[in-house]
Ligand binder design. Structure first.
Ligand SMILES: [Fe+2]
Length: 242
């Protein structure tokens, strides 16, 4: 049975999520991700849906610019950085974020910013779908244990996202032992660099919402929850706990 495009993307995401809890495997590189000789090390993944598929919550022009310009720029600049550090060849961005000390100092900041931008946005696109999707029973139980209810989680994560000063992200992460927690990062920093596995992240850079929502970040957040694919989040948690 062949997989459709979303299933393929989810499988890739699960493999990546699984690798997140096995940093050594990431740092060793994945032969399947090794680029062809002479090709770019990193490529912009296609959106798993049409640019207008998340309307009215996320408008098509925002998606077009966010994915086609902002994410593409992170990929291009990450490629520029790793081109000067051949020892990083074939290593996925997530591995470089898990162990930043292994990245040569000359490109460490570039990899932190653009590798983070690439990994964070890849996870972000895959975390949404038109109409959203409800959590599995297992994820629902895990959420209730820590946050009381799904509403308890979304309120906590929305408050964290609203409180990010400037540009950054709010996250649902799996920490040690797979425990759920809400956290934030500045700029394009990844929870991976703090030993946490990102399960869900909301981009609160203004480029994610300004065209439709201007300075109303809380309105953007309220709309964003309507397109979250909790099924994907549940599969990431299962992989992190495996
Ligand atoms: Fe973004």
């Amino acid at each position: 049975m062949s997989m459709d495009r979303r299933e393929v993307l989810e499988t890739v995401a699960l493999v990546t999520a699984g690798a997140m809890v096995a940093p050594r495997a990431i740092l060793a590189g994945d032969p399947d991700k090794t680029p062809d000789a002479g090709g770019p090390a990193f490529t912009l993944p296609p959106l798993p849906y049409a640019v207008d598929a998340l309307e009215p919550h996320i408008d098509a022009e925002t998606m077009r610019i966010h994915h086609g310009k902002h994410h593409a720029a992170y990929v291009a600049k990450l490629n520029g950085a790793v081109a000067t550090a051949p020892q990083l060849s074939g290593r996925p961005a997530e591995g470089l974020l898990v162990d930043r000390a292994a990245v040569p100092e000359a490109v460490r900041t570039a990899v932190r910013n653009h590798g983070g931008g690439h990994a964070n946005h890849t996870l972000f696109w895959e975390s949404m779908r038109p109409g959203g999707a409800a959590p599995s029973e297992e994820l629902g139980r895990a959420i209730e244990t820590v946050f009381g209810s799904l509403d308890g989680l979304t309120e906590k994560m929305s408050a964290a996202a609203a409180g990010v000063f400037g540009s950054g992200w709010a996250w649902l992460v799996a920490g040690g032992g797979g425990a759920l927690a809400v956290t934030t990062t500045a700029n394009q920093d990844s929870p991976l660099s703090s030993g946490q596995t990102p399960l869900l992240g909301v981009d609160v850079w203004e480029h994610a919402y300004y065209l439709s929502y201007q300075n109303r970040r809380s309105d953007y957040l309220a709309a964003w929850w309507k397109v979250v694919d909790w099924q994907v989040v549940g599969r990431r948690l299962a992989a992190a706990r495996a």
